[in-house]
Design a binder for this molecule. Structure first.
Ligand SMILES: O=C(O)C(=O)C[C@]1(C(=O)O)C=C[C@@H](O)C=C1
Length: 128
């Protein structure tokens, strides 16, 4: 059967036991490491799915902003998001500086997408 699972495109090729440590550490240690890594793999997959959903939502915001000629960035909204995420991070024992950096990283990519959508929108209007 060559049927692909499109929800997890790399499910067949991913080797969860791939490691440069193979054969260099005690088997019991390796087993424990692989067991912890299995949770890490689940979390990483979830992050990818969550990010994909977030970008689907921001894509809609980008179209709305382009249609109504609104600026790509909204610094007031960003300040509120950062303040909230820093608080949530503290409660979750995650470094708030890291949470802020991570959000800023995502938002800067979103703004890049918004600008590309706006350019495409303007070009399509100019052509009509
Ligand atoms: O909510 C918006 O207005 C968005 O464009 C989304 C978003 C975000 O990714 O959360 C991105 C850019 C803005 O500066 C603020 C927030």
């Amino acid at each position: 059967m060559t049927e692909q699972n499109h929800a997890l495109p790399d499910a067949d090729s991913f080797d969860p036991s791939a490691s440069s440590l193979a054969g260099r550490v005690d088997q019991a240690v390796m087993d424990e490491l692989l067991s912890i890594r299995s949770s890490i793999d689940n979390i990483d997959a979830t992050l990818v799915f969550l990010l994909a959903e977030r970008f689907k939502a921001t894509q809609k915001v980008g179209v709305l902003k382009a249609t109504h000629k609104l600026p790509a960035g909204d610094p007031g909204r960003e300040s509120a998001q950062i303040e909230r995420l820093r608080r949530l991070a503290e409660e979750a024992h995650l470094d708030p500086a890291f949470a802020e950096k991570f959000l800023n990283f995502i938002i800067s990519e979103v703004i890049r997408h918004h600008e590309a959508i706006a350019e495409g929108h303007q070009a399509s209007i100019a052509q009509a």
